[in-house]
Design a protein. Sequence first.
Lengths: 139, 132
Amino acid sequence: MKRIGAKKQGDISPDLTSFSDIANLLIIFFILTTSLVRPFGRQMDMPSSAKPPEQQKSADTPTVRLTVDKIVFSEGEKNERELTMDQLRSELWKRNFPSLKPERRAVVVETSPDVKYERYYHVAAAIAAAGGVIAIMEE
Amino acid sequence: MAIRRRKKPSLVLPLSSMGDIAFLLIIFFMLASNFMKTGNVELEKPGAPQLEQQEAPKCSVLMDKDALIWYEGAQSSKDEVMGALKELVGKNRDFLVHVSIDKELKKKDFMPLIEAISESGAKMVLTGEPED
């Protein structure tokens, strides 16, 4: 039996229109803050000490001496030559580092104090692209 | 004589599913987002040919034009970066860190950072702008 005076239960229908507004605002926030850009770069193979172990510094270890205006390439003590950036790239490619044993892939980079990062980066990227392992040396 | 006008049917767009779609998009963005923590750092990356597009960075270290080091968006020192990276490398030996350095900096500024990251054992991606 129905109670006398009981209120009739109305349909509960919450107003959901503002929900989609909030959702759309959140979407705009995420679109603006998300970085979908994937950076360009080169993974550098560097020994964890960054300095070449003594046994790697054999007579034929390629060495790149980098100064403000010169790139001097040599193999150990011999064949010291001044190269352009393109010549250095082809010289490194000739070595076919990926076919060598890991301990024979080292390229010693000697950098003089005034060299800017951009110049160092060109050389490091060229060595990495050729499959070499960068070993840093103080000049 | 008055012409009887047809009563226009009222247009009701069903908008209830719009909210669902919007929330699904939010969930997608929340899962796929990788927030930029380095937008406040002023640096100009060096350009170089033969660069490859990398994965979105999980960890980034920057050195701005004033030679200040930024680790994950916060200013840090070389030793702090090395300590934090050593910890991460302890958990994952193949941990990859993105390193961006201003192209105008000189060796005395950038080399200690590169050496520190190298010593931490983390694998390093030096970022740059691709050149043709």
